[in-house]
Design a protein around this ligand. Structure first.
Ligand code: ARG
Ligand code: GLU
Length: 714
């Protein structure tokens, strides 16, 4: 806490590096920023935003499914998030007969809302600094193992104490590479039902063409509802559950907007890496990202073509394709941005400043004088292992899909004696049989074979090794064998194998070892587990130790800078204003887009901009109701809020605590903000809540949902 108080008064005086908009702030420390936020127009107090004893904005913000953010907007547990955050749920309820991707879906009443096994939404109960308690009894003279053991003990005790006698869950997370620790106590709801979604032609309008790009016209929202037991506490799915009554829900900001309006984003940013060294940034920009981009370019080429030529394949691959394409395109933007800003040179000059500052005092020189050169030397010597690690992830985890099945069977063949002893073998196999349904529902062997052919070749090129030469001397033959004979590329063969396993385990294990897909997996996986992974982990551990020290030095030697801990999937606040940007020389982005602009994008021959006839009709009639501003229906707007992946679905909140829209993206030029934030160009992209409500009410005939909400016209 102290360091935030120390630094806050001087935020404006800070002469370099940081604008007021940079940073993802910890909600329990937000009081330190209250006056700055008020100066920017906010009318709320810090306690309105975060309070443990009374309800506050925090209680309306949910961690959705672990990777996105969602917000409560009614007293009956109505929950908004992005369309792309609910995408796998929407897809899982879709079929050729009920094509919710194409046509949308709206439950007419509670009984039509669709359950989603495995989906959760979590409310943060409190977030507290427990650094001192975590370090209790930890002696800096002890070796790392002893220290870790003591910290583990402290952690268990703290968690136990925090949740005792409650239905809460808790975890402790390191911040600033372990300079600080926070405990996060949460209430996890498990019965989350799908209430409605617009069609892809609204929720995913612009598709991959417009993804990460401004100007944008995507209605990226979907609607869920949290159900609880009759005691209003989390409960597993049950037909007797009732809509959850939240401690707080967000009223809707239903009034005109203008440039300069205060905006605050409250959500769960996943990961930023602001502190990496110049050498590491160079490695990312010049080596790691380009190789990953190349791998994905190949698999996406196959998927895109197959999805265009068949509706069945389109439905099967839509969610998988979207997730691969998303990071792929972001990385291209990151590399572009970091190059055009010359991020590496900026890092180098900051590093000089740091080392020069350390040289001004003996104790600083001892602690921090060498850390920069240590960081960059480490990258030079060992970053190769991170490269190999990334390539293995791209190949074995993002590439050919059948590797997912081989992983499951690897576990079965290795541990079957243990499972047998415990009498668990049949249950284990039944689990795999059940999972196979989900896997093959979305699997097309022809698509997978093409991906296999291209990526296997590329993987070997990237690894730049002779090691697998004999194995792969006849890649074409191997590929044919795998896709004609292997148990992993055909559902019938796979299920027959699992059934055989139940009766004749030894025999099944033997036949598995002869399977061509399993054999290949074993060779690559062995190399990954035994050769790559340990070296990558060692590299990463050394890096963490150095970065911990480097960051401690930043706090100590530059107390007047605005410091913030990198995103780590915990609840954060970032604030700025509604504004456009001038991303490159000679170019201006205005701050909002409209339905007129959406219609202009239609009919250019690109299927990403397809619309259903209804939209054209609605636009012609200009039936905007109360949802327009000066006759224009705003679709999206941009803000100067520092966001990242995980902030999807986050509420963008106005000066009074009302919901202006849902965050869902950043502009192309901003994607580099995960490494380096540039206040001139970094903007988050938001779908205006008035458009969301118009789509519900006017376009979809789901006015009953709008009626559940509270619209604030002031
Ligand atoms: N870029 C946004 C995010 O990172 C939206 C992704 C979904 N849209 C898409 N066309 N793939 O999540
Ligand atoms: N679409 C991203 C998400 O899923 C948010 C965009 C970003 O990375 O800023 O979280």
């Amino acid at each position: 806490m102290k360091k935030y108080i120390l630094s806050i008064g001087l935020v404006f005086a800070s002469i370099f590096h940081f604008s007021a908009e940079e940073g993802m702030l910890i909600p329990s420390l937000i009081a330190a920023f209250e006056s700055d936020m008020k100066a920017k127009g906010m009318k709320l107090s810090a306690k309105d935003i975060y309070d443990v004893n009374n309800s506050s904005l925090k209680d309306a913000i949910m961690h959705f499914g672990g990777g996105c953010t969602a917000e409560l907007v009614s007293s009956k547990g109505l929950l908004l998030t992005n369309h792309h955050c609910g995408y796998s749920q929407i897809q899982s309820h879709s079929s050729l007969e009920k094509d919710y991707l194409k046509n949308g879906f709206w439950a007419k009443n509670l009984s039509e809302e669709l359950p989603n096994p495995g989906l959760s939404a979590s409310r943060m109960v409190r977030i507290d600094d427990v650094t001192a308690a975590m370090l209790f009894g930890v002696n800096s003279n002890d070796n790392a193992a002893v220290r870790t053991e003591q910290m583990q003990k402290n952690m268990q005790k703290l968690i136990q104490d925090a949740i005792q006698g409650t239905h809460y869950e808790a975890e402790i997370k390191p911040f600033n590479y372990g300079n600080d620790f926070y405990i996060i106590v949460k209430e996890v709801f498990k019965d989350i039902r799908l209430v409605g979604t617009p069609p892809n032609s609204i929720g995913k309008f612009g598709g991959d063409t417009d993804n990460w790009v401004w100007p944008r016209h995507t209605g990226d929202f979907s609607v869920f509802r949290i159900y609880s037991g009759t005691d209003n506490k989390p409960a597993p799915f049950s037909t007797s559950n009732i809509p959850y009554v939240p401690l707080h829900f967000l009223p809707i900001s239903f009034k005109d907007r203008k440039v300069g309006d205060f905006t605050m984003v409250y959500g769960f940013p996943g990961e930023t890496e602001q502190h990496v060294s110049s050498g590491y940034l160079k490695f990312i920009v010049e080596m790691e990202r380009p190789a990953r981009i190349k791998m994905r370019e190949k698999s996406l080429g196959v998927m895109d073509a197959a999805m265009r030529s068949s509706d069945a394949v389109r439905i099967k691959y839509s969610a998988k394709q979207a997730s691969i394409a998303n990071a792929y395109k972001k990385w291209i933007g990151q590399v572009d941005g970091l190059k055009s800003l010359d991020g590496v040179s900026i890092k180098i000059s900051r590093e000089k400043e740091y080392t020069n500052m350390a040289a001004t005092r003996v104790d600083w020189e001892n602690k921090y004088g060498k850390v920069i050169s240590d960081l960059n030397t480490l990258v030079e010597k060992e970053s190769q292992w991170e490269f190999e690690y990334s390539m293995a992830i791209e190949y074995l985890y993002v590439g050919p899909e059948f590797y997912k099945l081989t992983r499951g069977i690897e576990d079965l063949t290795t541990n079957y004696l243990k499972y047998k002893e415990k009498g668990e073998l049949t249950t284990q196999i039944d689990k795999l049989i059940k999972a196979a349904d989900g896997f093959f529902k979305n699997y097309d062997a022809q698509v997978d074979q093409k991906i296999f052919d291209l990526l296997t070749e590329e993987y070997i090129i990237q690894k730049n090794t002779e090691k697998f030469k004999s194995t792969l001397s006849n890649l074409k033959g191997l590929s044919e064998e795998i896709f004609e004979k292997s148990i992993f590329t055909n559902k019938d063969r796979y299920i027959a194998f699992l059934n055989k396993f139940k009766e004749k385990n030894e025999k099944a294990v033997k036949s598995c070892f002869k399977d061509p897909a399993f054999k290949l997996y074993t060779i690559f996986n062995k190399d990954f587990r035994e050769n790559v992974l340990p070296k990558y982990q060692a590299f990463d551990d050394k890096m963490t130790v150095l970065l911990k020290n480097y960051v401690a030095g930043k706090y100590e030697m530059f107390p007047n800078d605005k410091h913030w801990a990198d995103a780590n999937s915990t609840l954060r606040i970032t604030y700025g204003k509604l504004e456009g940007s001038a991303p490159t020389d000679g170019m201006m982005y205005t701050e909002h887009t409209t339905l007129d602009g959406l219609i202009v994008k239609y009919n250019t021959g690109n299927p990403d901009f397809d619309l259903l006839p209804k939209m054209l009709e609605m636009h012609k009639n200009k039936d905007y109701g109360d949802y327009a501003q000066n006759g224009e229906l705003w679709v999206c707007f941009t803000g100067s809020n520092h966001t990242t992946g995980g902030n999807s679905g986050s509420p963008v909140i106005d000066a009074n605590g009302n919901l202006m829209g849902l965050n869902f993206d950043r502009t192309w030029e901003s994607t580099m903000s995960d490494f380096m934030f540039d206040p001139n160009r970094c903007r988050n992209v938001v779908v205006d809540i008035r458009y969301v409500l118009w789509v519900m009410d006017k376009y979809s005939g789901a006015k009953h949902l709008v009626d559940e909400m509270v619209l604030m016209r002031e």
